[in-house]
Design a binder for this molecule. Structure first.
Ligand code: FAD
Length: 403
């Protein structure tokens, strides 16, 4: 297959051992793990993280100076597929959102002191972090409209505001908050990013949001939080004042492609489960589900769509590597909504083939169906990516008044 031809020698050497690790130590257990509170699960996950570290697989896509493997985006795509099929895969390799996005931000814009205090322990997996931008009162699709403010008071910022969908806030050490520092500035220069240790007085966890019946805890949870006169030293500003939106774009670019790569792992796991069930579920005496044409259609369509999505992801990774994120902006938008749809469709078909079993929690499918409906919403909704792509295309046709 084409993807085999474009794997680097380094990845070819790595993948068999990573796949065995996932097959033996993670996939057989992750469904049971997903039913436990995150705190109870931590010792198990920590022991596996140590194995990942000992094997030299830690932080596959990050700077070796901080303990990462320094894989290229293309190489990381293949590792992502291998580990992304478990809800815990990215966490075990310390490349999970939102921490990896925060590490990238700190790497890019952090001062030496911020790198030492926050980036090094994050990269070492000593604590977790989160990213607080979205607010219940303002449409996240138009991120320049924010209610949270950070006012300078001497050597401090005083932060007030209300955020939600702050993934992984529960149990995290720090959040990077997006807050308006200059309401009078041009819309894209109003906000800044500020590092806030979560133990700072005035920062409260209101609740972990219940997502389709599951509130979760710890890393796999999404919190509503409030900042009431939260004071942090001015040196906690990340990057320049007013650079918040520019940094958010930098953070979201790689984040989107990482998600798409991870989804390929989920697609492959769902596809494998669908095929195994179709091949073994007896529907009449001596006749198996996979012999029915409507089931064959679901399998064939899923295979074609996964392959198409995978090649789009890989070609986007290559373009980012060769020409940079800006040159790949159209492709990043296209893969974000396209692969999210493929993911949803493949999971839906896999559930359908499993019948009643598919909607129980006896397989991983229902968890993914529930959790990954959000794929069409986080890191840019389908609609914002489609609108952005269409606008860029139409500009080439000289439609000057497209907004
Ligand atoms: C699981 C999950 C995790 C998340 N994690 C984080 C996190 O860690 N940190 C964080 O800050 N945020 C996080 N988010 C929030 C996410 O970024 C926002 O939900 C997203 O930006 C959309 O904003 P909104 O929910 O306010 O929807 P809105 O902006 O209110 O939009 C509502 C709907 O309208 C559609 N829409 C908007 N504009 C248009 C238009 N012009 N034409 C047609 N349709 C339009 C949107 O696409 C959307 O479907 C997370 C969200 C989810 C679901």
């Amino acid at each position: 297959m084409l993807t085999e031809l474009i794997k680097s020698d380094r990845v070819k050497a790595l993948l068999p051992a990573i796949k065995s690790f996932m097959a033996e130590e993670v996939f057989p257990h992750d469904l049971a793990w997903s039913k436990l509170p995150f705190g109870e699960l931590l010792p198990t996950l920590e022991a596996l993280r140590q194995k990942v570290k000992a094997n030299g697989w830690w932080l596959p896509c990050f700077d070796p100076h901080y303990g990462g493997m320094g894989l290229s985006l293309m190489e990381h795509a293949f590792v992502s597929e291998a580990i992304g099929g478990s809800p815990f895969g990215y966490y075990l390799f310390n490349c999970q959102a939102p921490d990896i996005g925060n590490m990238e931000l700190l790497h890019l814009a952090g001062t030496d002191a911020q790198k030492e205090k926050y980036l090094q322990p994050l990269a070492a997996g000593q604590f977790r972090s989160c990213f607080a931008m979205t607010e219940p009162e303002y449409a996240g699709s138009n991120p320049v409209r924010l209610g949270t403010t950070a006012q300078r008071d001497g050597d401090e910022y005083v932060i007030n505001g209300h955020k939600w969908f702050t993934t992984g806030f529960d149990g995290s050490e720090l959040t990077i908050v997006m807050a308006v520092t200059d309401p009078a500035a041009a819309s894209y220069q109003r906000a800044s990013m500020i590092i806030v240790p979560t133990a700072t007085p005035g920062l409260q966890l209101i609740r972990n949001l219940s997502i389709m019946g599951h509130a979760g805890s710890g890393w796999p949870s999404h919190s509503e939080i409030r900042f009431d006169n939260v004071r942090v030293p001015a040196e906690n500003l990340l990057g320049a004042e007013g650079a918040g939106f520019m940094l958010a774009q930098v953070r979201l670019g790689p984040g989107r492609i990482h998600h798409c790569m991870r989804w390929m792992g989920i697609c492959e796991r769902a596809f494998d489960l669908m095929c195994r069930y179709a091949a073994t579920r007896e529907i009449e005496d001596g006749v198996f589900l996979g012999e029915k044409q409507m089931v064959q259609q679901m399998i064939a369509e899923s295979r074609a769509e996964i392959d198409a999505a995978k090649l789009m992801v890989l070609s986007t990774a290559l373009l980012i590597e060769k020409a940079g994120q800006r040159a790949a902006a159209e492709k990043i938008s296209a893969i974000k909504f396209f692969t999210a749809k493929v993911l949803g469709d493949v999971l839906d078909r896999a559930i359908q083939v499993h019948g009643g079993l598919g909607i129980t929690d006896d397989t991983i499918l229902a968890l993914y169906y529930r959790e990954e409906r959000a794929a069409r919403i986080y890191d840019g909704t389908d609609e914002t990516h489609k609108a952005s792509l269409a606008r860029k295309i139409l500009k080439k046709f000289s439609i000057s008044n497209i907004q």
